[in-house]
Ligand binder design. Structure first.
Ligand code: TYC
Length: 122
């Protein structure tokens, strides 16, 4: 069953309240926009870009060690990048996506490879 899509954030009209004090969720507060629902954290894609120099087995190694892909998945993702120019290594919360992209980039640079790894919101 697909997860229910989040309800729109409700912006409540101004009401009585102590200025400067944060409102509780769902509470009407003067000069305060109160979200009436919690939100799941935004998801961010980590993207692998093709180049002519990074070895295939090195990309597979990164996919297995940093992105916890099985050998078969890692090979499939590497080949998709090689053939199409770009592929998704994984999808995470923003901070984890950025950390994994930085780790993959650092390991590539440490080995003298130009591999480009970027992140973007899903
Ligand atoms: N194109 C590279 C080669 O032929 C392999 C490669 C695959 C490089 C995926 C980067 O993200 C990449 N050696």
């Amino acid at each position: 069953m697909p997860a229910p899509s989040p309800a729109p954030v409700q912006v409540l009209a101004a009401g009585p309240g102590e200025p400067g004090k944060p409102g509780r969720r769902g509470e009407r507060r003067e000069d305060t926009l109160v979200k009436d629902r919690t939100r799941k954290p935004a998801r961010h894609k980590v993207l692998l870009h093709n180049d002519d120099y990074t070895p295939m087995d090195f990309v597979v190694h990164l996919l297995e060690t940093i992105f916890h892909r099985s050998p078969a998945e890692a090979t499939r993702i590497m080949l998709t990048t090689h053939e199409s120019g770009i592929a998704v290594a994984g999808v995470y919360t923003r901070e984890i996506a950025e950390t994994k992209a930085a780790q993959a980039t650092a390991e590539a640079r440490g080995n003298g490879y130009p591999l480009l790894v970027t992140t973007e919101p899903e």
